[in-house]
Design a protein around this ligand. Sequence first.
Ligand SMILES: [Fe+2]
Length: 350
Amino acid sequence: MGRADTHLHTHYSGYSQLGKSMKFPESVISPETQVDKMRSLGYDVMAITDHDETAGAFRGAKYAKKFDDIELIVGEEVSTADGEIIGLFLNERVPKGLSVEETVDIIRSQDGMVIAPHPFSFHVPGLQEKILEIDIDGFETINGGHPDKYSNMFAKKVMDAYPGRWADLAGSDAHSVYTSGTCWTEFEGVTAEDFRKSIEKRTTRAVGKAAPPFGQVQWSAEVVMGGQKLLFKKLKGDLDQEEGDQLAEKILSINSLKAASGLIAGSMYLFPPITCLASTLSLIYLGIGSRKMISKMGDRLAGIDKILRKRDGGEVKNAVLQGGDLHSEKVPRPVDGRSDGIGQPPIRRL
Ligand SMILES: [Fe+2]
């Protein structure tokens, strides 16, 4: 059995908007760092899926070619008008901002595969019920960035209700080295081509769990520290811009006063009480959101069944869940059968 992570970010992922005026770098790690991390965790296949960009994935693929123990698939997490979607096995960048149907057509025209990341998320842009209407190969039933009780659990419930309809996939969605390795997709074989065939045959299996909320705090601290390092270099006058590093590009464009203020603001964020507060607030937010979503879960599953019934013309293909089971919160999750399998793959020495 091979292990794949098809949802990894690098500093080519750009920025996320915080409120109206603040921008936050999505990641400060290089494609090479992601490849090294995946190799150290013993993965066979990985995909770099930066937001609306493939340059980092191509750079990572070039680097990964030096090693015979890992293959890198060029991917992209595309922001569509309907939510985010992942294209894998791409030859070139897919434009953002189109409808999801147009985006899928472009991915297919490159002979790519289409994956829905975190489809039922209530805190990042997932495609929600739209996944039932479009041509996808599979969706994530484990997304590493979703430690809440609802999003992955609901996705798994939908997957299990229609076996063989979609490929079951996990993606760490790691924006930092702290959040990779907690979940992965098992597939027959070890190569990227084997992985592709396994998706086509719907024999993949999502294993593991989301990274804990503290992992997200570590990620934000990593981003802040990465920024601090660059700001310090800028003030010293020896900051060179690494290709594709949008944060370095931004810092090079600001004056020294702004750089010094950024350095002070970043140090304040890294002050432990602030990071603990950020952690607590995020836990509260996810807890409230999950409770709200879980209370509506039965109706939502019934709605999904209705949409698929209509789409399939009466009888839903592959359906196994009917009535009573729709309301249960407990979904049996395949667990890693290895003796070392407490959510982490075995370590491979580089
Ligand atoms: Fe992502």
